[in-house]
Design a binder for this molecule. Structure first.
Ligand code: F6P
Length: 612
């Protein structure tokens, strides 16, 4: 049984312990480990939270150390990127009957879309045909809202790949799964392996190959691990490619939207920029060029985190809004638009957030973003993502308790930004801005917008940027880091994180189910079987599991879990106190801050076991 003393011992052990050593959380892949740097992030003030996030992000660029892990700047990673860039260049040179497909689930799928649209836009600007396509598990509605269940479907993964590449003779498939875990992507990679005459598979993820998920996938003869094993064999002949540097554990355990998402963006931009430069400006794809480009992203971290105080102030403002049941709104323009939507959509599965807690809006909405399925008829109130939807649905009810963040750069229509800022300011003084400009370029309206906002993070980027790297990519990564920090920090301040675990995660797919069961084990000290039992009782809202429930499959469990709030806290309270589901629910209602409720139970548990 867990006691505080035991928890303290674990803490002390972990704080001094390096996540790279073989005996650190040995049963977990790196992407699911808890980061020793953030063990106390749940009790830290905003300024310390930002510093911890900075330290975690910096781990991405640490050079290879004693451990056997490949890192972002490793030799092997740069070499694989070079080879993949050459394949992209071949397709650019000879686009007929060829296609590049990027695919993933959740944030990985959203980034697949983000990178695909940016690359195609650039090609069209040069009168070249678009050669890239994207797939996201759950279709386009998953671009802007959380859809976790389709991640478990390998058949739909394979079918969607087949459909998008119909009639093509040469397909470069890039599957993204940060944890090397999504069955949807495994199904697609397996499909590629079965049709080697057409498909060359590339896998992007952030665990070493041997840590790829090895659980059976219902209805399939392969696992993610077995697919990776086959790909490793083919990689020796350059018939498949694995790009899987290790980044260190996420700041919030398992939250791959953070470092995983950033590194996905970095790696794919490096590949596409190198191929683009080779094709359009005859710049050869070289090892040094790739490495230099990778390193230049490290500077984005430095520039972004040089504004720690400002980021912390925004985090506090957003935290206050969430604490009193109000919201955080991202209003963005141009290339930064999608980043706000991506950040907002991931808060639901990670923190059990309501869609209204954090919402993103981008200028013209879907029309501007150019997604495949066009204007999305999203269900109910989650319908609009354009500024006009904000004006119609959100602005009328906005108060000082809500936080609004404007995201724009000097290459956007700053007149429009000022116009909207004025309207927002009439309703709330709690408005902030993230503004990117290059040295020497200032928009005339900037002074006015600054006055309207209580705080502006003004990032001034040097004109002479590293040759291979677009300014826009810098602004995007920088904005992503700020938004991840603000939304993560705000949820921490709201009490949605315990130590560095997401204690109110949604249990809406098999990976999240396993993560939840593991968390219950860790926090309660009870065996796996008991924890799973408690999880199921919380999902089905019963005190006794029926035969029917016990025989349901995992898909039914995760489907049912969609409708229940606070599943994991509920299961934990039951495990620690022996309360019935109803009693646990009323306990959680009395203590709506989940972290405090969990801590109170852990304390009672200690007192109880101490008095025995
Ligand atoms: O299932 C939820 C989730 O963890 C998302 O938060 C994440 O973006 C997505 O899965 C994809 O994970 P991965 O890139 O590891 O396949």
């Amino acid at each position: 049984m867990a006691t505080v003393a035991k928890t303290e011992r674990i803490k002390a052990f972990s704080a001094t312990h390096d996540w790279e050593s073989a005996d650190y959380e040995p049963t977990l892949p790196v992407s699911e480990m808890s980061n020793p740097l953030t063990r106390n992030i749940d009790r830290a003030p905003a300024s310390s939270i930002v510093k911890m996030l900075q330290a975690c992000d910096a781990q991405m660029f640490q050079e290879k150390s004693g451990a056997a892990y490949e890192r972002l700047l490793s030799d092997q990673v740069a070499k694989s990127l070079m080879e993949v860039a050459k394949r992209v260049q071949l397709i650019l040179k000879n686009p007929q009957d060829s296609l590049i497909v990027l695919s993933g689930c959740g944030t990985s799928g959203r980034l697949a879309f983000f990178i695909t649209s940016g690359f195609n836009r650039e090609l069209r600007r040069l009168n070249h045909s678009a050669v890239c396509s994207y797939i996201i598990a759950g279709g386009d509605r998953a671009l802007f809202s959380s859809q976790e269940a389709p991640e478990d479907d390998p058949i739909s993964g394979a079918l969607s790949l087949k459909k998008v590449s119909e009639g093509k003779k040469r397909v470069l498939f890039i599957g993204i799964s940060c944890g090397l875990s999504a069955p949807f992507v495994a199904g697609q990679l397996d499909f590629c392996l079965q049709h080697p005459d057409v498909y060359t598979p590339v896998l992007v993820g952030f665990n070493p190959a041997h840590q790829a998920r090895n659980e059976p996938i219902p209805g399939c003869t392969f696992t993610f691990h077995s697919v990776v094993t086959k790909m490793r064999e083919l990689a020796k002949m350059q018939k498949a490619f694995l790009i899987n540097p290790v980044l260190g554990p996420e700041a919030i355990s398992g939250s791959s939207r953070m470092k995983g998402g950033s590194a996905t963006k970095i790696l794919l931009e490096v590949v596409f920029s190198a191929a683009h430069a080779a094709n359009f400006s005859r710049t050869p794809i070289t090892y040094n060029g790739i490495l230099q480009h990778l390193r230049s992203y490290g500077k984005v971290l430095d520039i972004t985190y040089s504004q720690t105080e400002g980021i912390a102030a925004m985090m506090e403002a957003a935290g206050r809004s969430l604490q009193c049941g109000r919201g955080l709104c991202y209003l963005s323009w141009g290339c930064l638009g999608l980043l706000g939507l991506i950040d907002a959509s991931e808060c639901k599965p990670t923190f059990g957030a309501d869609y209204k807690d954090i919402q993103g809006f981008v200028g013209g909405g879907c029309k501007e973003l150019g997604n495949k399925e066009g204007d999305l008829n999203l269900m109910g109130a989650e319908s609009g993502i354009a500024h006009i939807d904000f004006l119609r649905n959100v602005l009328p009810c906005l108060t000082d308790k809500d936080t609004v963040l404007l995201l724009y750069s000097h290459s956007d229509d700053v007149d429009e930004v000022a116009k909207l800022a004025r309207r927002v300011r009439e309703k709330t003084s709690n408005m902030h801005a993230v503004y990117h400009q290059t040295d020497g370029d200032t928009a005339a309206q900037q002074g006015e917008i600054n006055k309207l906002c209580s705080l502006t993070l003004n990032f001034i980027w040097p004109q002479a940027t590293p040759a291979s790297m677009g300014l826009q990519h810098m602004w995007e990564l920088s904005t992503k880091l700020v938004l991840n920090a603000v939304s993560t920090g705000a949820h921490i301040l709201k009490g949605k994180v315990y130590q560095n675990y997401m204690i109110d995660l949604q249990v809406t797919n098999s990976k999240l189910y396993c993560r939840a069961a593991r968390l219950l084990q860790r926090l309660s000290g009870h065996p796996k079987s008991l924890c799973e039992e408690a999880l199921l009782k919380a999902i089905y809202q019963v005190d006794k599991l029926t035969e029917d429930i016990m025989t349901c499959n995992l898909t039914t469990h995760t489907h049912t879990a969609r409708k229940v709030k606070k599943v994991v806290p509920l299961a934990l309270v039951c495990l620690l106190t022996g309360y019935s589901i109803k009693e646990a629910q009323s306990h959680l209602e009395q203590k709506p801050i989940v972290r405090e409720a969990v801590e109170a139970c852990l304390r009672e548990q200690t007192l109880f076991s101490g008095s025995l």
